[in-house]
Design a protein around this ligand. Structure first.
Ligand code: SAM
Ligand code: DTB
Ligand code: SF4
Length: 325
């Protein structure tokens, strides 16, 4: 049985378990529910970059902060398909297209994104988008076009949210997640650590995710990438133990979810990443760029997979399972 009635206290107790014990427990749960040698490889592409009207304090793409990010209008469909092909050839099975939008509008740009989704889904990759807020109708249109997953992060706890973002509410985020779920699209939702939040905020976010009517299928755990010009430019790097605690707790309370070791890998050693995989992470973003910031190159991850005896997970594995059983 997958538990969705966790209390904050239960999650806090797990989170505060002595760290080696916590890793051991998470590794045990991981092996009960998943193949621990398998890691999903996803590639990100920023299809519309910068100039965003929102004020997310961490984000280099917010128009109001002066960062080095160059604004780029929505890319052309053919160019995006070309990038997806490159990602597939490099071994990625999920392709996630990100747009610096507050929300999707029903206009020609959205029609173009629907074309991108159609194109990528016919290539046999799991297609994901992260486009900001969505209505139920927009979610349905994306689903019809072949969208497999939608990323929409809660980022932090409800209590700390207003310290990071003021231009939308936690409730707005939860509504979009409901619309995504309602359209039968796989839900990807997680957050960021290292923004100045307290441990209680990390636990609060995990609590919200783990008590949704259904757990998200993917939970990205990002370490803040501090970008010059953003209000969070001077935040200190989180220690590996904080990443490990976050990942292990997510693994234990949402045992079937893909827990993604997301932003922040460029500042981690192979050994630190290995600890995260041991703690139950089973997905990464690969390719030398996240949306606008650097990430390890494919070749580096290939070497890491070899050193750690990890295998890339095939596309649509859950669906394959669902059809068999
Ligand atoms: N505009 C859409 C939205 O906010 O939902 C989609 C793109 S937005 C860049 C996707 C996610 O990237 C954010 O929710 C946040 O969790 C993550 N992100 C953005 N900037 C980051 C940074 N500097 N460090 C870590 N994660 C970041
Ligand atoms: C997620 O949780 N992390 C990714 C993806 N979902 C869209 C984005 C990370 C962005 C890091 C900063 C940047 O490259 O702009
Ligand atoms: Fe815009 Fe998304 Fe960046 Fe917030 S996180 S500023 S909504 S692109």
């Amino acid at each position: 049985m997958i538990k969705t009635d966790w209390t904050r206290e239960e999650i806090s107790e797990i989170y505060h378990t002595p760290v080696l014990e916590l890793i051991y427990k998470a590794a045990t749960v991981h092996r009960e529910f998943n193949d621990a040698q398998e890691v999903q490889v996803c590639t990100l592409l920023s299809v519309k970059t910068g100039g965003c009207p929102e004020d997310c304090a961490y984000c280099p793409q917010a128009a109001r902060y002066h960062t080095d990010v160059k604004v780029h209008k929505l890319m052309e469909v053919e160019e995006v398909i070309g990038k997806a092909l490159e990602a597939k050839e490099a071994g990625s099975t999920r392709f996630c297209m990100g747009a610096a939008w507050r929300e999707v509008r029903d206009n020609r740009d959205f029609d173009k994104v629907l074309e991108m989704v159609k194109g990528v889904s016919t290539m046999g990759m799991e297609v994901c988008c992260t486009l900001g807020m969505l209505t139920h109708e927009q979610a349905n249109k994306l689903k019809e076009a072949g969208l497999y997953a939608y990323n929409h992060n809660l980022d932090t706890s409800e209590e700390f949210y207003g310290d990071v973002i003021t231009t939308r509410t936690y409730k707005d985020r939860l509504e979009t997640l409901e619309n995504v779920r309602g359209a039968k699209i796989s839900v990807c939702s997680g957050g960021i650590i290292g923004m100045g939040e307290k441990e209680g905020d990390r636990i609060g976010m995990l609590h919200t995710l783990a008590t949704l009517p259904e757990h998200p299928e993917s939970v990205p755990v990002n370490a803040l990438v501090p970008v010059e010009g953003t209000p969070l430019e001077d935040q200190e790097k989180v220690s590996v133990w904080e990443m490990v605690r976050m990942i292990a707790t997510a693994r234990i309370i949402m045992p079937k979810a893909m827990v993604r070791l997301s932003a922040g890998r460029v500042r981690m050693t192979l050994e630190e990443q290995a600890l995260c995989f041991l703690a139950g992470a089973n997905s990464i973003f690969a390719g030398d760029k996240l949306l606008t910031t650097p990430n390890p190159a494919y070749i580096q991850d290939k070497e890491m997979f070899q050193a750690l005896n990890l295998r890339p997970r095939e596309a649509y594995k859950n669906l394959a399972r669902a059809t068999v059983s």
